[in-house]
Design a protein around this ligand. Structure first.
Ligand code: B12
Length: 212
C-alpha cells in the first residue's frame, strides 16, 4: 500500500493533504492520486466490515475523500478537452443508496472528456432514470451502487427500461467498488466498471470512439 493510501486508511487528514499537494506539485495526474486514495478507502471499508472501525470512521473517510476531490476537481476541469460534445450520459446512484463520491468522480471525468452528463444524484427511483433516458435519448445510462442490497434495484431499473420499450436504444453500465461480472449478469447490464476510466472508455465506445 502506498503512503497516501495508508494515510487515508489511518484517517490522517493532514498527511493525506500533504501527500496530495506534494504529488500535484510533482506533476502526478489527478487520476493516479484518486486511484491511490481509492485503495486507502477500500481498506477503511474492510476495517469497518471487520468491526475495527465504526460508522464515524466510515463517515470521516468519506469527508477526507471529498476534501481531496475538492482539490482535484478544478484541476480535472481545467484540463477539459474542449470541442464538440460526444454524447449524452444519464447517471445516478440507485434507490436505497446514498454513496456518491465515486459517481461524482465519473461525472466530472465524463464532463472533462466532452460528454454531456445528466446527474440525477443519489437514491434515484427507477422511473426517474427511465423518464430521463426517454427525454434525452441518451445512449448510455450509468448506475452507481456500493451496497450489495441495492443490486436488485439496479436490475429493477433495467427491467423498467425494457418495460418502457427503451432497452434497445440505451446501453447500461453499472459501477461501484464491489460490482463484478456476476452482478452485471444478474442485473442485465451491458457492462460494469470498478473505476471511472473504464466507464469513460465504455461511453466512448458506445458513441463510436468519440469521433462523431
Ligand atoms: C465513504 C463510505 C461511506 C460514506 C459515503 C459518503 C458519500 N457521500 O458517498 C457514508 C458514511 C455515508 C457511508 C454509509 C454507508 N455505508 Co459505506 N462506505 C464508504 C466506503 C468506505 C468508501 C466509498 C467511497 O467513497 N469510495 C471511493 C470512491 C472513489 O470509490 P467508488 O465509490 O468505488 O467509485 C469508483 C468506482 O467504483 C467507479 N464507479 C462508482 N460509481 C460508478 C458508476 C458508474 C456508472 C461507473 C462507470 C463507475 C462508477 O468509479 C469511481 C472512481 O474510480 C466504502 C468502502 C468501499 N470498499 O468502497 C463503504 C461501503 C460501500 N459502505 C458500506 C456500508 C455497509 C454502509 C452503510 C450501510 C453503513 C451503515 N450501517 O449505515 C451506509 C449506507 C448508507 C446508504 N443507504 O447508502 C459497505 C457496503 C457493504 C456491502 N457489501 O453492501 C462498504 C463496502 C464498507 C464495507 N466493507 O463494509 N459509506
Amino acid at each position: 500500500m502506498t503512503e497516501l493510501a495508508a494515510a487515508l486508511r489511518d484517517l490522517d487528514e493532514d498527511k493525506v493533504h500533504e501527500l496530495v499537494d506534494a504529488k500535484l506539485a510533482a506533476g502526478e495526474s489527478p487520476i493516479d492520486i484518486i486511484q491511490e486514495c481509492q485503495e486507502g478507502i477500500i481498506a477503511v471499508g474492510e476495517l469497518y466490515a471487520s468491526g475495527r472501525y465504526y460508522l464515524t470512521e466510515l463517515m470521516f473517510s468519506g469527508d477526507i475523500m471529498q476534501s481531496v476531490m475538492a482539490k482535484l476537481d478544478p484541476i480535472i476541469a481545467s484540463k477539459a478537452d474542449e470541442g464538440k460534445i460526444i454524447g449524452t450520459v444519464v447517471i445516478g446512484t440507485v434507490r436505497g443508496d446514498i454513496h456518491d463520491i465515486g459517481k461524482n468522480i465519473v461525472v466530472n471525468l465524463l464532463r472533462s472528456n466532452r460528454f454531456k452528463v445528466i446527474d440525477l444524484g443519489v437514491d434515484v427511483h427507477a422511473e426517474n432514470f427511465v423518464s430521463m433516458v426517454r427525454k434525452t435519448k441518451a445512449k448510455v445510462l450509468g448506475l452507481s451502487a456500493l451496497l450489495s442490497t441495492t443490486y436488485p434495484e439496479m436490475k429493477n431499473v433495467i427491467d423498467a427500461l425494457t418495460e418502457a420499450g427503451l432497452r434497445d436504444q440505451v446501453k447500461v453500465i453499472i459501477g461501484g467498488a464491489i460490482v463484478n461480472e456476476e452482478v452485471r449478469e444478474y442485473t442485465g447490464a451491458d457492462a460494469y466498471a470498478n473505476d471511472a476510466i473504464q466507464g469513460i472508455e465504455f461511453c466512448r465506445k458506445v458513441y463510436g470512439g468519440g469521433n462523431n
